[in-house]
Design a protein around this ligand. Structure first.
Ligand code: 2P0
Length: 337
């Protein structure tokens, strides 16, 4: 199908990102506006490839994820996202969406980040929306907050945007952009200790944390200070400072969840075993720092030259787990369309 300047079909690829300064908590659920700014590194592993094809004669969207028809909440979120793209394009056609994801879904490894970043780029092209990277980032955000950052490669900061103003202004002012980085040659060692689905969705867990955790506000305040220090540490290429700030920011985020009522606990015994191995690496003089998201898996930031040694230490700590070495990866891009 080709009409009114639309490509009709498009395929895009995007990679997950891991936040060094975390996004946790929304101030607007519908618009996916966060409470705090966040900062991440896009990875060069676990890409998601998504194709979108307009289907004018179809009465509903057809979505397959890794070859299986999507249903329930996953389908609803994708259809809602396509509705937003259709509204902006002024085009009512339904679509056929095929997404191949190589990250273990639901394991706190940000599959929604690569997923909605790829979908945003592919759907915008298929429906004929001519958007720059900033606008694509804001669009991807509407699918999943962390997806705003996966539009960009390397390091990216996602601006919460100002609190005042209309909904339209707020929607336009919350997007990610690249962060300047000095002489830093980082790797992220991803320790998958459990690839199963998470007990509580990050969306529900965020809501509960903001609503009930007495530690949430103090963390949100300290996180803004962490972000300022993180930018300086990245620019200086200071891996120790980058790692220390990232680790304390992540532990602080998990503290807010542990203090929620009832508590949200994503960290497992295996998580703590990996954290112990990271401490031992530091005692041996290897700069290695941990960060954890909405799941028990651990990502260890280190210098690229130390990545094999770090991976080995983590493997020894969790013999049943899988370990991947990631480096900074590319932003979302159109393959063809
Ligand atoms: C992050 N996480 O900054 C944080 C840290 C998990 C812990 O973004 O509701 O899938 O779709 O906006 O982006 C995971 O939450 O949540 C997340 P929604 P998302 O990477």
């Amino acid at each position: 199908v080709r009409e009114r300047g639309t490509a009709g079909r498009a395929t895009a690829v995007a990679h997950p990102n891991i936040a060094l300064i975390k996004y946790w908590g929304k101030r607007d659920e519908h618009l996916v506006l966060p409470r705090v700014d966040s900062l991440s590194m896009t990875l060069n592993v676990f890409p998601t490839t998504t194709s979108v094809r307009l289907a004018p004669r179809s009465g509903s969207d057809m979505v397959t994820l890794n070859g299986r028809p999507a249903a329930g909440e996953a389908l609803r979120r994708i259809v809602d996202f396509l509705d937003l793209v259709r509204e902006r394009a002024g085009l009512a056609h339904r679509a056929v969406v095929d997404s191949e994801n190589t990250v273990p879904t639901g394991a706190g490894l940000a599959s929604s980040a690569s997923g909605f970043a790829a979908l945003a780029v592919a759907a915008a092209a298929a429906y004929g929306l001519d958007l720059d990277a900033t606008a694509l980032s804001g669009l991807a955000r509407r699918g999943s907050g962390s997806a705003s950052r996966s539009v960009f490669g390397g390091f990216a900061v996602w601006h919460a945007g100002p609190d005042a103003g209309s909904a339209e202004e707020a929607d336009r002012s919350s997007y990610a952009e690249p962060v300047p980085v000095g002489d830093l040659d980082p790797a992220l060692v991803v320790a998958v200790v459990d690839a199963g689905p998470k007990p509580v969705s990050s969306r529900a867990a965020m809501r509960r944390t903001v609503d009930t955790s007495p530690l949430y506000e103090p963390w949100a305040v300290s996180s803004q200070a962490d972000l300022i220090e993180m930018r300086a540490a990245l620019l200086a290429g200071d891996i120790e400072a980058v790692g220390e700030i990232a680790e304390r920011n992540a532990l602080g985020m998990h503290a807010t969840m542990l203090a929620a009522r009832p508590a949200v606990r994503y960290l497992s015994p295996a998580t703590l075993t990996v954290l112990d191995s990271v401490l031992r690496l530091r005692q041996d003089g290897i700069p290695a720092y941990a960060t954890m998201d909405a799941g028990p898996n651990v990502k260890v930031l280190c210098r690229r030259v130390d990545a094999d040694r770090v991976a080995e230490a983590v493997c020894v700590a969790v013999p049943g787990g899988a370990v991947h070495i990631a480096e900074p990866g590319p932003g979302a891009r159109l393959l063809h369309g």
